[in-house]
Design a protein around this ligand. Structure first.
Ligand code: PL4
Length: 409
């Protein structure tokens, strides 16, 4: 028999989101009368917008003709889409050849972990989207949780707390490390300022480290002073890779489309351009994003598409406002609950002093029939926090908030 992959055996628990789905299912089975509402997993709920649907439909119709049919495409993506991302979203600060189209940011994070392999130090914001840590353990860049420890060995956890404005102490960044950084942040909802990103780039360059910048939620930024991309920061081309996604701007969570951005200047220690190895890897183990999805993505980047994106993201941001308002109600104020995020981000991050995240998760599920996400699932610094997602139907969000206003803490 084959031996189990040792790295997978090092994982301490199941992946967070299926675990939440499992608990919801178990609760529903035991309480069939409960009308459960999810403010948990960041899964979009609103229909695709008309112009994007037209883009998808037209491509499907083309595929049904001899003239318009296409099979395998370029593994790194169709050039018109790469060009449009470079111009419409990045205003020309990146070149189309630096944009690699994919089936989503999560998949790109996994492939980037494969690109850098196991001989790399890893630093994460704590709390963080679990794929950064779990994927690092899977590839062998991090080891098991030592007895008595709260995190995996080999990972530098950089606490992001209310006290430090959810921006980490950058002196903790190890040398020659991959530094995962997400802004707007999942789960805290914090958005890094220009000055903060400048200090991050400076610190990464000083340490010979590379930032993996996750901008999956940049379409939710409304404050014009906040950077949408790490490449707005001078020096980032020498120390950063960006991953991003069509999931949250246009509801492509199920359609699947994203991109990574690898600047030409970025090099390994031996002088090899990272872009060369990334191209080699993508063309070898990835077969290109769906041509239909790419047509939909392209439609979303023209004038009409960008307007629709704005309207869709405004809808979820309004949900975020409704959730925030509910969480500052008298019952929460009495329990001294602190509320963060939700302004330029679709997540609200609430601290329940003296309580455990999973305890609050169970209480809210049991008494409000509302699913949320326990902060502890995002890392040690997430303990006592709960994340609320704004990706729901308005009527469900309003109903969930009414129930939350009656929560006894
Ligand atoms: C549940 C910071 C959600 N099954 O859709 P993708 O792959 O382009 O983007 C995924 C992604 C990338 N980066 C960040 C994210 O927060 C997400 C999506 N996260 C959440 O609730 O935290 C969905 C989670 C999904 C998953 O595992 O990603």
């Amino acid at each position: 028999m084959l031996n189990r992959n040792k790295n997978l055996a090092n994982l301490a628990s199941g992946y967070l989101f299926p675990e939440i789905a499992k608990r919801r299912k178990q609760y529903a089975a035991a309480h069939p009368e409960a009308k459960i509402i999810s403010l948990g997993i960041g899964n979009t709920t609103e229909p695709l917008t008309p112009h994007v649907v037209d883009g998808l439909k037209n491509e499907v119709l083309k595929l049904g003709t001899h003239e318009g049919y296409s099979g395998y495409g370029d593994e790194t993506g169709n050039m018109p889409l790469r060009e449009k991302i470079a111009t419409a979203l990045y205003k020309g600060i990146v070149a189309p050849e630096e944009v690699f189209i994919s089936d989503g940011a999560k998949c790109d994070i996994g492939r980037l972990q494969y690109l850098f392999g196991q001989d790399v130090a890893v630093a994460v914001q704590d709390p963080a989207y679990p794929v950064y840590v779990d994927g690092s353990v899977m590839i062998g860049a991090a080891g098991p949780v030592a007895p008595g420890a709260t995190g995996y060995s080999g990972i530098t956890y950089m606490p992001c707390t209310a006290e430090n404005g959810f921006f980490p102490d950058l002196t903790a960044i190890p040398s020659n490390a991959l530094v995962y950084f997400c802004s707007p942040n999942n789960p805290t909802g914090a958005v890094a300022t220009r000055a903060q990103l400048e200090s991050l780039v400076k610190a990464a360059r000083a340490k010979g480290s590379i930032i993996i910048f996750d901008s999956a939620y940049s379409a939710y930024i409304r404050d014009p002073a906040l950077p949408l991309s790490i490449f707005e920061i001078e020096g980032a081309r020498e120390c950063a890779i960006e991953v991003s996604s069509f999931s949250k701007p246009i509801g492509f969570t199920g359609v699947r489309l994203g991109w990574s951005l690898v600047p030409r200047e970025l090099k390994f220690a031996d002088g090899t351009p990272i872009m060369s190895d990334w191209t080699r890897l993508m063309t070898t183990i990835f077969n290109g994003a769906s041509n239909i999805a790419q047509a939909g993505g392209l439609a979303s980047l023209d004038e009409t598409g960008l307007r629709e994106t704005r309207e869709l993201t405004d809808y979820y941001l309004e949900n975020a406002k409704i959730i925030r308002n509910a969480l500052v109600g008298p019952n929460f104020a009495k329990a001294k609950v602190e509320v963060f995020g939700g302004d330029n981000a679709p997540y609200i991050w609430a601290r329940f002093p003296g309580r455990k995240s999973w305890e609050i998760f169970d209480l809210i599920l049991d008494t409000c029939h509302v699913v949320c996400t326990p902060g502890a699932g995002f890392g040690p610094a997430g303990e006592s926090f709960i994340r609320f997602s704004s990706f729901g139907h308005r009527a469900h969000v309003v109903e969930a908030c009414e129930r939350l206003s009656k929560l006894v803490l």
